[in-house]
Design a protein around this ligand. Sequence first.
Ligand code: HSE
Length: 429
Amino acid sequence: MSAAKDLVIGLAGLGTVGSGLVQLLKSNASEIEQRTGKKIIVKYVAVRDVNKKRDLPEGAKLIDNPLLMIEDPEVQVIVELIGGTNLAGTLIRKALENGKSVVTANKALLAEKGEELFTLAEENNLFLAYEASVAGAIPVVQTIKDSLAGNKIHNIFGILNGTSNYILSEMSANGTQFDEALKRAQELGFAEADPTLDIDGFDAAHKLKLLVRLAWGVHYPYDKVSIQGIRNMSAMDIAFAQSLGYTIKLLGQAEYKNNEIEAGVSPVLIPAKAILSRVDGAFNAIHINGNAVGPLFLHGLGAGSLPTASAVLGDIMSIMKNIYDTTGYVTKKFPLAPIANIDNSVSPWYLRLMVHDTVGVLRDVAGIFAKQSISIAQVIQKKQQEDGVPLVFMTHETTVKAMKNALAEIKATNILNAEPVAFRVLELA
Ligand code: HSE
């Protein structure tokens, strides 16, 4: 039985993060009490299979229907760690309708269907806390919402998915094949239950959407985020990038410029000497530029059991201390973001073409670039390989539209042996 002052929670999900939370509640119990003056009592743990042997918090009741916790008036906070959008969505909505605050790590749900839930929490004066949803252990939600509240944010960019960062790091450092690196990330517990969310860039886009929401107080619909993942990343491009002095990273990037916001996730070449290039494995890192704070860099474990559970526990404790603020804004319903047309976005590009080694190929490509006003910075042509000759270009700054047009024209010429590969380049200090 709990003392009146203790916090009673119901935990839904005992996977990687849920079991990390149970472990932390046990190992750090005295710190929790020392810092909040209360204990955290886990009254229910909801799992899919109640017959499986588990390490449960003392006195917790194992149930298979998480919605049952909602009906218990003693439960004050629901911790949603089951993932997915259907049952988790119903659970959070019903919890908020029934006067219970929520802590969640569910970025897919919040990014795709979160507006209604955030509004519901605000209207009912409840907390909907989600630090663990974005970049695992890194306290970026709290940082943007509270610590940087006095800033106009110019841009945010970074590595937001540990699985794809792990895969790219392994491919770059050890020449590991894509599938093998993904398998290892799954074994280590970084990957989503459906790893396409990681490798196709969707997980990073979910997190980016939430960061945009926090940074600019707007609803940037998730389906408006431009997304390109790393599923087809080739060792050849990683090696070419390295020989040119760059590292390939999957970046989420958002910028507020000319009263518009541009947000996208894609593989990007960044200088090998930039600090972001040295963020390896399951680590995430986020650059934030604000008009007062200047450049800020946050780095830490973006996935994994205890790191993510650390963020969940921090949220539970903020709620215990009654200091959590769900949105960081007065507005209950966020206005639609002014969305920039990505076609107008400007950057240098890396382009690799597999071509037939015949007279005039280079002239044809250069002619198409000239027609689109794309200026070439460097060209590399390597020896014949199985599927043609790799022809690599680094361009000066050009728009997405010009590059799209150039690619369409190059494809139409019949000089290609394979799909072209084009990545943007981000010049960083
Ligand atoms: N699958 C995610 C990642 C887990 O790899 O970053 C943390 O959100």
